[in-house]
Every structure is written in C-alpha cells, then in structure tokens.
Ligand binder design. Structure first.
Ligand SMILES: Cc1cc2nc3c(=O)[nH]c(=O)nc-3n(C[C@H](O)[C@H](O)[C@H](O)COP(=O)(O)OP(=O)(O)OC[C@H]3O[C@@H](n4cnc5c(N)ncnc54)[C@H](O)[C@@H]3O)c2cc1C
Ligand code: SF4
Length: 539
C-alpha cells in the first residue's frame, strides 16, 4: 500500500512551485510535487516555428470561456516547468516604487504588503539560481541590488547595438535585458546555450534555458525525500470538518482518483488555474470556494497590456537572438505625461511563418518575407490595474470563465507614441532618417485564440495583504481562512507592475520557503548538511 501522507504537497511545477520545491528539498521533509502535465518531449519540433507558433502544438488542449460564453483557447502550457519552459527568460525585478501605491492615468496601482527591501535578498538568490545575465546600473529605473548579476549581460548583435547607440544619442538610456539563458560568450565551445533564433515562445531543445524544470525540478528530485508525480491533475482540495485545514488533495492520475495529504499544502497552478482550483473546492464551510470568505478569489485578474510593434527599416535586421535590449525611460512617465507608461523591449526575432499567423498590416512595397527580414520586433508592456470585475469564475461543465475588460489603455497608447518618436530619431549611416519606414502592429489574435499576452503574464487572482476582508493570503502567502494552505504562483500580486513577472514569482517562492522552513522546524544545520551531501553526490 502506498503511504499517501507527506509533510508538504506542492501543486504545479512552474516558476512558483518548482522554485519552492528546490528550496525545500534539502530540508529532509517528505515533499510530494503534483504536476498535471508531463515533461516537454525533446524533439526537433521544439524549435519548429510552424508547429510552435502557428499550430499551437504544445499549448494546453482545453478550452475556457469568455464573458459571453464563447470558447477561448488559452495560450498556456501544462508541462513540468510550467510556462517557464516556453518563456523568453527576461528576468526582471519589479521597481522599488512598484511595491508602493502608484497613481496611473487609469487609476491607482495599490501598494504591496511587503516592501522591495523585504524581497531584495530573495531577488538576489533567484538571480543566482536562474543564472541571470545582465549589467547593473544601465537601466535608469532599476532598484538597488545587494550584488552584481552572476553573469555578464548577453551582448547585442550589430543591428541591435546600432539601435542602442541611436537611442543613446537621442537621450534615451537603453540597457541590456536581464536574461536567464546559459550562454557563456567567453567560452563559446563550452557554452550550453548556442544563441539560436527559437528561444522566446519555444522550449529549449538543448536544455540551456534557465527554466523551472532544468534549474529546479531536476535538482529537487535528486533528494530522496522529494517525489514528483506527473500527469497528476489536482481536481479539488477537501478540508477537515471545522474547515480550518486542507485534509486531502484529490488527484486524477491515469484516469483514477487518488487522495494525498500533508501538513502543508501549497497551490501553484498559475494564477488562473489556482483560482479555479480554490473555487471548485467549495464546501459547506467554504460555500464561495476555498479560502474565499472575502469573495476575492478569482478577482483582480491582471495580465498586462502588451503589444508587438514591428519597426520596418530599409536596412535588414539579420539578428538571431533579438531579446537583448530594453528601454525603461517612460516607465514612470515623462515631461508631457506624468503617469507611468511602461516598458519597451523585444520579442524573439519574428519570421515570415510566424507573421502569417499574426497577420500584420503590410508595409508599402514589402511582402511578409521582406518585412520579417527588415523588422525590429518590439514588445511593449503597460500595467493593467486590478479591477474586481476582471475575474476567473467557473462556468458550464466546470469550465474556466475568464472575464476581462482592459484598462489604463491611455498609458499604452502613449508608450506606443514614444516608441514611434524614438524610431523617427534613428539615423542610419546609409539612408539617414529615411531608413525607418514606420511602425506596424502585429495582430496577436489567431482564430479564436485570446492574445498570447492575455494569459502569459497572468497574475493577481489570489492577492496577498494584511486585511482578510480585502485579500485572500496573508503576507506569508498563507490563506487567511485556513491554517495549512499556501499559494506561491503569480496569483499573489496585488498589482501587476510593467515588467515581466517570473523573477518576482521565483523570489517570492524562496521567501515563502524560508517561512515554511521555520514553520516545519527545519534547522539550518540539517538543511546545510543535506545540501552539501547532495552537492557531493552531484559532483
Ligand atoms: C510564451 C511566453 C513567454 C514568456 N516570457 C516571459 C519572460 O520573458 N519573462 C517573464 O518573467 N515571464 C515570461 N512569461 C511568463 C512566465 O512564464 C510566467 O509568469 C510564469 O511561468 C508563471 O509561473 P507560475 O508558477 O505562476 O505558473 P506556471 O508557470 O503557469 O505553472 C503552473 C503549473 O501548474 C500546473 N497545473 C495547473 N493546474 C494544475 C492542477 N490542477 N493540478 C496539477 N498541476 C496543475 C501547470 O501544468 C504548470 O506546470 C512568458 C510566458 C509565456 C507563455
Ligand atoms: S540554445 Fe539558448 S537561445 Fe536557443 S533556445 Fe536554448 S537557451 Fe534559448
């Protein structure tokens, strides 16, 4: 008979769950990790733009509903490592000011219950763990950090360096985007990463992206006290009769229902699925859903306002790895617009196959193929504000319903205008200002699929805070209503800021991990001894 009792159960292996599992593994506690997906198969298809970007080969094979009851095909991924298997690995800290209240054109971005200084040591740990490559001091909005990046920034290729120089001459402060790729430019013959053109949106065929599977799950399961069960979909959480503790975790595995239990249960299914799991776990003591006495579970869904803008030039852009440059000069506003606008960086280099699916307006005298060869493909992110009516609910046949009305759009339009203006100031040696032919938005809607950005940066649905009436989790990410339930994915964000979320999810998981270690009575000596033992075995 299997012993189904553990010290800790972690549900989900994305940025939050896997990082926590890695951190707790040397504790010696019995840890069970439950993941609904399998490993991403290693196959040539990993790097095939047609299969990945057009056929959505690796996306979840399920449909959700929008607020009108129409089917949505979410661009999300159920695998060991979660969405980090496919992410662009741009690993940013939130700005110090993002932790306080900020006034936006569209309303207020609320304060977090912890400060930047509380999270700073964990950001440093997360950057080391995920091998972030970057240069401190270039980004004008960057918060102070207690140590340099563990690796030097990924260099710009010539076309991107030229753009960086142009932007610099026009008064902007472009910087190198912090990236979690295992690239060693000084020793290319030894470098695990080969700097290819299929990174952002693709799984790494050679295991050189710092994703949550490679960096955390693979390491955590080397400890004999850690068990990973894949293809294990958690259906619901059941409580004891007073409703104060999660008593059992009900899992569908190989078509059979199984039950597991633990002293501590950590939900980390991604902001949409975690909210759905709590809502589906309603019972007599929690009639509106587990941990939902506040009626906040599922509300305040945020996902950023994103757009892809292609700047077409007469000069070609032969860049292979494009995601190296960022601009944050407009993050908090400008002289002519006093509100935050957001962040400008790049997506992976677009090709004609991918463009066909996204159908941008065609630049005059260009074909799609020519556009792809000449475009600089920018990624713009603006903050969306937490609106209680933007929410996850459960609809017909138990399907997830995602209700979302975009807000704070003026900020995004202003950001697009700033990019247009900056591009007009670029001055190519061969064609002068005439080199730049204009900006074209790439349409991210493919068929009935919601925009990639719609769920890629999902957060906010189980927010943390001090007040049990206005938040679901306390500042340690424990549910106010239950004694042994925690959430460590992107759900806890009270505001979305305007940089990519993954590093903050990872850093917070490490912070919650320290809290759990105290709760479980793990001594530092035991932890260090187990870690050393594991390192010795690995060497
Ligand atoms: C194409 C793409 C590019 C991106 N680029 C970046 C980037 O450059 N930088 C950045 O910071 N962020 C990026 N992101 C976002 C980033 O990947 C997410 O913010 C991050 O992965 C979220 O971590 P999470 O732990 O909240 O959830 P996830 O990573 O989504 O993990 C959730 C896990 O839970 C599992 N699960 C769900 N439901 C259940 C259940 N009921 N039972 C068991 N298991 C379950 C899922 O299979 C999954 O493994 C990108 C995302 C995408 C899709
Ligand atoms: S080899 Fe490097 S650039 Fe290519 S997918 Fe892997 S991590 Fe990304």
């Amino acid at each position: 008979m299997t012993d189904n009792r553990y010290d800790v159960i972690i549900i989900g292996t994305g940025a939050g769950g896997a990082t926590l599992a890695y951190h707790l593994a040397p504790s010696g506690k019995r840890i069970l990790i439950l993941e609904r997906g399998d490993y991403v198969p290693r196959e040539k298809a990993n790097w095939d733009p047609q299969l990945v970007n057009v056929d959505a080969h690796y996306n979840a094979k399920e449909s959700w509903l929008d607020k009108d009851g129409k089917d949505l095909h979410p661009h999300t991924n159920y695998y060991v490592g979660g969405n980090t298997k496919f992410y662009g690995a741009a690993l940013f800290r939130l700005r110090k000011e993002d932790f306080g209240e900020l006034r936006h054109h569209g309303g207020i971005s609320p304060a977090w219950p912890i400060s930047y200084d509380d999270l700073e040591p964990y950001y440093t740990q997360a950057e080391n763990l995920y091998q972030v490559h970057g240069n401190r001091g270039e980004d004008p909005t960057e918060p102070s950090a207690s140590s340099p990046y563990p690796w030097p920034a990924v260099s710009h290729e010539p076309r991107i360096q030229q753009l960086s120089d142009d932007f610099g001459r026009s008064g902007l402060k472009p910087f190198h985007v912090p990236l979690g790729v295992m690239l060693d430019e000084k020793n290319p013959h030894k470098s695990r990463c080969i700097r290819c053109n299929t990174c952002d949106g693709f799984a790494c065929l050679v295991g050189a992206k710092s994703d949550a599977q490679v960096v955390c799950v693979d390491e955590a399961i080397k400890h004999s006290n850690v068990t990973l069960l894949t293809n294990s979909l958690v259906k619901r959480l059941e409580t004891d009769s007073p409703g104060r503790e999660v008593k059992s975790v009900v899992v569908e595995r190989n078509g059979v229902l199984e039950t597991y239990s633990a002293d501590v249960v950590v939900v980390s299914c991604g902001a949409i699925n975690s909210a759905a799991l709590l809502l589906r776990s309603a019972n007599d003591k929690h009639p509106r859903g587990l941990a939902n006495s506040s009626d906040i579970v599922g509300r305040h869904y945020m996902g950023h306002t994103n757009s892809v803008m292609m700047a077409i030039s007469k000069c070609p852009n032969p860049t292979i790895f494009q995601k190296t440059l960022g601009v944050n000069d407009f993050y908090f506003g400008s002289k002519d617009f006093e509100y935050p606008m957001g962040h400008i960086s790049f997506v992976g280099k677009l090709d004609a196959i991918t463009l066909k699916a996204g159908a941008p307006a065609i630049a005059p005298n260009f074909t799609l193929e020519l556009m792809a060869k000449h475009s600089l493909d920018f990624w713009l992110t603006s903050e969306d504000l937490p609106d209680p009516n933007n929410r996850v609910t459960i609809g017909r046949e138990g399907k997830i319903v995602l209700t979302y009305t975009p807000n704070n759009l003026e900020a995004h339009e202003r950001l697009q205008a700033k990019l247009k203006q900056a591009m007009k100031q670029t001055n190519c040696a061969m064609h002068g200002h005439e080199c730049h032919q204009g900006l074209f938005g790439r349409n991210l809607y493919v068929g009935q699929r919601i925009p990639l950005a719609g769920v890629a940066h999902q957060n906010g649905t189980i927010r943390f805070g001090h007040d049990p009436k206005t938040s679901v989790l306390d500042p340690n990410c424990k549910a106010h209503d239950l004694d042994n339930l925690y959430v460590v994915d992107g759900s806890f964000f009270p505001s979305s800021a305007a940089v990519n979320p993954a590093l903050t999810i990872m850093a917070n998981a490490l912070r919650v991990g320290d809290h759990l270690m105290k709760r479980l009575g793990v001594s530092e000596t035991t932890y260090d001894r187990n870690r050393q033992r594991e390192l010795a075995v690995t060497r």
